[in-house]
Write a new protein. Structure first.
Length: 288
């Protein structure tokens, strides 16, 4: 069964198909054909390969017709079976779409990246070489304008570098990604916020929890965005859900008493608690 991290990596590419060619071009220095559209091909791929050979995701680049197929594989650990399946994915898609194809392996672990990059011997002197993007190949997005223009890349950057040795840089990347998520729809904003927070190392997470709210206004913007949407739609339960998610991310599992209190809170209380959550050090401090 795919893990949460596996699915989290793939959702970034599903939400923004342009992310795949962007990484090939900028991170891996691959020359791409001219195209004017990138779109996700059928998600289950049952019409590309038999059921036992389903790839994770396919992105097709179009210029009136398909000019490049990109098979995207999220890989969290070495799996020798994949070294037999990956060439099948590429050849099957190439035969179907009648265009060049490459296979992009995305991983959160450098040892897995080194394993995946080993060319696959097909026999008869033929070799298949996957294109591999590990954490070190993902750009470190700290510039807010760039993060706002490409939120999925900003989140991927936070996932790749959130546990780096430089906790200060990790925090900068996380803040840029969290702020960029504010301009998205509510579902993606909450999902991306969760992914960034969960990807932080202990030192960067503590810095995020104790940082001076006067220097970072994104948390109040976050509150205003969701609470305003909730008020406009009359969805108080949606507002409470966001607050519960933020509290659980920072302080761990919540008691039934706290959960009930948040669900029955007024909009003004929810607004106050969301503004406090990042600067508070205890749950009581948020809910006082």
């Amino acid at each position: 069964m795919p893990s949460q991290l596996h699915e989290s990596l793939l959702v970034l590419f599903r939400n923004r198909p342009e992310l795949a060619p962007e990484l090939l071009r900028e991170a891996l220095q691959i020359e791409l054909p001219a195209y004017n559209e990138a779109r996700v091909e059928s998600a289950d791929l049952t019409d590309v390969q038999p059921a036992e050979y389903r790839a994770d995701l396919v992105v097709l680049l179009y210029d009136k017709k398909a000019v490049l197929g990109i098979v995207v594989e999220a890989q969290l650990s070495p799996d020798d079976d994949k070294r037999f399946a990956w060439p099948v994915y590429a050849v099957g898609l190439r035969a179907r779409m009648r265009c060049p194809v490459c296979l992009l392996v995305v991983t959160a672990h450098e040892p897995v990246a080194r394993w995946a990059a080993i060319p696959i011997d097909l026999g008869g002197g033929n070799r298949f070489a996957p294109l591999v993007l590990g954490p070190s190949g993902v750009p470190q997005i700290t510039d807010q304008d760039r993060a706002n223009a490409d939120p999925e890349l900003a989140v991927l950057s936070a996932m790749a570098h959130g546990q780096g040795a430089d906790s200060g840089k990790a925090l900068q990347i996380a803040v840029a990604a969290m702020t960029a998520s504010l301009g998205l729809d509510a579902e993606r904003s909450v999902l991306y916020y969760d992914l960034v927070y969960a990807s932080l190392g202990e030192a960067a997470r503590k810095s995020l929890q104790t940082m001076d709210p006067a220097k970072y206004e994104f948390q109040s913007e976050f509150a205003r965005r969701y609470l305003a949407e909730g008020e406009a739609k009359g969805e108080a339960r949606g507002e409470a859900k966001v607050v519960l998610k933020l509290l659980a991310l920072k302080f761990g599992p919540l008691s039934d008493e706290v959960t009930a209190r948040v669900k029955s809170a007024s909009a003004a209380e929810l607004d106050q608690w969301t503004d406090r959550v990042l600067s508070a050090t205890t749950l009581d401090e948020v809910l006082r």
